[in-house]
Each structure stands twice: as structure tokens, then as C-alpha cells.
Design a protein. Structure first.
Ligand code: AMP
Length: 227
């Protein structure tokens, strides 16, 4: 088991919803000793706390659409300015469109963009089947990781929740938004020499192992990041 190379510390995890970016970002960030910055988590926390920003973001999130750039940049910008993000981070769920990518380039250089690839039917099953314990946060899947008692957390016994944006109609919107707004970033980062495609199929452990190998490999080409 090789740890990721110390040089690749400013990372973006890019890919469709349901590809496992969040799970892997938490692992890789801990291994590198850098913060895991998930704009989805930040926005969900703002919604829970009932802040003005959270109230403005809520309806967009429930429908599966993108939260306006200004709000996302406000919440992420604040986080990126904290000292622990000065030398590295794993960005998960950001950028999601070209305007956000340009904003990010203005604020920080990047070492690599990991592109999580997974076929659409697998994404749909992962997203619509996901259930979360409201008490301890354990994530289940009705098909691939069911709880022992249907609808109940193994640890807490609490009734499991489904994220509003994991309902089938919102999942359809999220995948369409990804194809239309986020997927064009692949070409953008490919031409900047930053893109590293990752096969995101299989168990989380297998994907982590592939990720470690990718991060340990030298970059294919150091190009200008003129984004
Ligand atoms: P995620 O947990 O990354 O799937 O994000 C959940 C939801 O939060 C998305 O469907 C969007 O509504 C919103 N969101 C998260 N990150 C962004 C972003 N970078 N730009 C716009 N909306 C975002």
C-alpha cells in the first residue's frame, strides 16, 4: 500500500453524482493530511443550520439543480482561506461548471483532477438506493449494502432517511445537469494537462487502491493552467 505522492496535494475529484467521490475524498484527504472540502456537505450544513445562505440554496438542492455560483463561492471561498487549506485540499463537488473552474484557478493552482468514471445505470442504482442514518451518518444501499432490518440503522435502530435529492426525479435532473454543465470540464482540464481518469467501478477499497496508484504516478504533462 503506497501513500499518494506528497507533491499532488491540491486535488479536484470530478465526476457524476453517485460515483463515490465523497467516500474516496475523505480517505485520500486523511492520508495526505489535507482538508476534504465538499461543497455539498457545506451547503447541507448551511441548510440544517437555517442560515440565509442555506435558505437560498435549499430549493435548488432539493430539485437536483445547481446552487447559484455566487452562493457556492461564498461558502467555499471562506473555507479555502482557512490556514489548513493553504498547502493542499481535496475538492469534492467543486467546480461544477466552467465559471467555477475559472474562479478556482484564480484562487489556487491545482496539481491534478481525478475523473471518476462509472456507467449511468450504476450511478442511478447507487443514488436512488442510498439511505442514511440521521443519527450516526452511516450510509446504506438498499441493494448493495442493506441494513439487517429493512429501513433501520444497524447501529442506532433509527429509521433511515433518503436525501431529498436522491429521489428518482431529482436524480434524473442531477445527471442531466452533470452532463450539460460539469462534463465539459473534462476537456478543459485535459487540455491543461491535469486530468487523470479513474475507473470508479468496484468496491470502495479497490477504488482507493487505484486512486493511490494514480496519485503516486508522475503527471503526464505539466502544462500551463491558463484557465
Ligand atoms: P453533492 O453532495 O456534491 O452531490 O451536492 C449536492 C447538491 O448541492 C447538488 O446537487 C447541488 O444542488 C449543490 N451543490 C454542491 N456543490 C455545488 C457546486 N459546486 N455548485 C453548485 N451547486 C452545488
Amino acid at each position: 500500500m503506497t501513500a499518494p505522492a506528497a507533491s499532488a496535494r491540491r486535488l479536484v475529484f470530478l465526476g457524476p453524482p453517485g460515483a463515490g467521490k465523497g467516500t474516496q475524498a475523505a480517505i485520500v484527504a486523511a492520508e495526505l493530511g489535507v482538508p476534504h472540502l465538499s461543497t455539498g456537505d457545506m451547503l447541507r450544513a448551511a441548510v440544517r443550520e437555517g442560515t440565509e445562505l442555506g435558505k437560498a440554496a435549499d430549493a435548488h438542492m432539493r430539485a437536483g439543480g445547481l446552487v447559484p455560483d455566487a452562493l457556492v463561492l461564498e461558502i467555499l471561498g471562506e473555507r479555502l482561506r482557512k490556514p489548513d487549506a493553504a498547502t493542499g485540499f481535496v475538492l469534492d463537488g467543486f467546480p461544477r461548471n466552467l465559471a467555477q473552474a475559472k474562479e478556482l484557478a484564480r484562487r489556487s493552482p491545482l496539481d491534478a483532477v481525478l475523473w471518476f468514471e462509472l456507467p449511468r445505470p450504476v450511478l442511478v442504482e447507487r443514488l436512488t438506493g442510498r439511505r442514511v442514518c440521521p443519527t450516526c451518518g452511516t450510509v446504506y444501499n438498499v441493494t448493495s449494502r442493506p441494513p439487517r432490518v429493512e429501513g433501520r440503522c444497524d447501529r442506532e435502530g433509527a429509521a433511515l432517511d433518503q436525501r431529498p435529492d436522491d429521489r428518482p426525479d431529482a436524480v434524473g435532473v442531477r445527471l442531466r445537469v452533470y452532463a450539460e454543465q460539469t462534463a465539459p470540464l473534462l476537456e478543459h482540464y485535459r487540455s491543461a494537462g491535469l486530468l487523470r481518469p479513474l475507473d470508479a467501478a468496484g468496491s470502495p477499497g479497490d477504488v482507493t487502491e487505484r486512486l493511490r496508484r494514480l496519485l503516486a504516478a508522475p503527471p503526464a504533462r505539466r502544462a500551463s493552467q491558463g484557465l
